[in-house]
Design a protein around this ligand. Sequence first.
Ligand code: BGC
Length: 738
Amino acid sequence: MRRRHLALTGFSIALWFGGIGSALAAQEEPAPIEAAQSRGTADERAASMVTLMTLDEKLTLLEGYFGTDFPAARFEAPAEARYGSAGYVPGIPRLGIPPQWQADAGLGVATQGGAAEKRARTALPSGLATAATWDPALARAAGAMIGAEARADGFNVMLGGSVNLMREPRNGRNFEYAGEDPLLAGTMVGAQIAGVQSNRIISTVKHFAVNDQETNRNDGNAVVEEGALRMSDLLAFQLAIERGEPGAVMCSYNRVGGTHACENPFLLTEVLREHWHFPGYVLSDWGGVHSTAASANAGLDQESGYGLQRDGWFAADKLRAALAAGEISEERIDLMAARILRSMFVHGLIDDPVSEGQPIDFPAHRAVSRQAAEAGIVLLKNERGLLPLAASASRIAVIGGHADKGVLSGGGSSQVYPEGTNAVPGIEPTSWPGPVVYYPSSPLAALEALLPNAQFQFVDGADHEAAVRAAAWADVSIVFATQWASESIDVSLTLPDAQNELIESVALANRQTVVVLETGGPVLMPWADHVPAIVEAWYPGSAGGEAIANVLTGKVNPSGHLPATFPRSLDQLPYPDEPRKGDLVYDEGAAVGYKWFDLNGHEPQFPFGHGLSYTTFALGHLAVTPEGDGLAAMLEVTNTGDRAGADVVQIYVSGKGWDAPRRLAGFAKVELQPGERKRVTVHVDPRLLATWRANRPGWTLPSGVYEVSVGHSSRDLAETVSIELPGAFLPPDWRPKR
Ligand code: BGC
């Protein structure tokens, strides 16, 4: 497209800058267009492009369409939208500005459920599984894989970077997110965003902010004291934005402090622009806009998903009317368009346009997904050395979870459709928020391939007596327990379909029982003391069956650690009853997840940070020194066992007057050969030592003594040292030097 404007003359540039009107320029103006396209920084290019645009052209950029037909609203997607996609924003061919083709991207290139035929793509394990790797390099590689498939499909705006904190373990979207801790979540999601964008396309970060449950998600009002919010949900976004530099932020459906997030000046202007200096654009969640002028003036730049709702609040006629009434200024419209264009320039959408139908290296991408799944699987319990499965096990019963066919995935807009086909079609719901999709990667088949001398028996688990008979026959029984979760619904923490009873019965029949969980997030395990081995495999993605089998057999040594607390009972939660409706007053403030458990002295089933290995690690020689306004923690980690493995070294800090006894302040994943010892330095961001008080906006580090611990989980601390810090105050826009 851009090539059309290549016939430049110095004369035409002079004419343009000499102030000849736009009508004349439109006829012979390739020079300024070319200049805007190619000269200067992205900000300069965006600014000069805006000067060339008619009002209609600017408005075109501000309204996005749903990319899929939506018969319920009699909406037909624009013909130029990519098939079955989430969104489409028309381009401006005259100016060489391509359309924005949007797809969901948290776990892979997703396709809307309504699309008759599916786009088969590689699915990563769930976001929570990737967070459980505690390995930002791996998250980046996973993001790069998604971005490569997106580019090959002709998508240039990826709706990923999902970083809402797990305040409510029953949130049906927890599987898309990265857990309960702002440092871990922000680091991992930031790395994934950077990976996606390494393909010269835009990624969002979403859903801004406090969209922490699905119940009543369009209207629920999250109320969190500002200081607490800055140290929890907002800190996760802040870190993800600093590390990933996403081109766009997606504001969420819910209200925050009484105002919908997409028309919330506190979130979109004060926090995002004034304090974080976010230079990209804000787009709405699909159907998340409720006003024209209020949204635009609060900081929303682009409405998404026109067609899903009857009215487009940013439709050209609405914006024109608001302009005419003086409710929005022309400068505001220019700013909105410029922010969108800036991100398009920065992330290569204009210089390096995408095109559909490029080849995809599926085997290589499947390997990326498998590695992420393997590194995120958490060995929760392993008594009597039951795992890895002994090569000598001759009879193995595999029970339940459709393990003969595939592995479960989560539902909703992030659903990636698998290569091959849904391994278990027809499970309800078969339409939104379904279908329920099993990826065709059978753990049973993978186990059979790895243990060719063993005899296997599979029973589906529906008939408990048949399961008990199989367990009684076997040397080892492996029960696969699943729980489907999805966007738009919240879940119970109790495994459905009498699976708890199934596990109890099998455990009674066979002492050597392993439970493998495929769940979106934490579940209650009333049977935890009755089985010797428990493995959390999450939703493990396209190659999940192989990943599970590799871990169970010891081909891969598990190294995942929990990114969220697994409670022992509902009454340990801040809100034990069902997810609430209406005002969600989060009195626990920044004491989210393990911080709440520590504050209240609750003993969880499995704590945040927990994860076992087939080898053992020793931590020691912890020393701490001030570093800038933060800290550096130095320590030694040794593999004291007889297998190679990876340890997740976790640094926790305690300070005075904090919302909770300790915070995760740093971490490192370290690979070690048997007997190997490594020195590790973990850098602690001063904001993790600080508190934010609404009466003094910014990060306050009181002078005094801080306790720094190194451990293998939030409840397994190996060593603690104290350090006295002089105290500091960091302004609201403080960020680390790069
Ligand atoms: C979800 C977003 C998603 C969008 C487009 C919404 O329902 O909340 O996460 O990006 O749909 O599919």
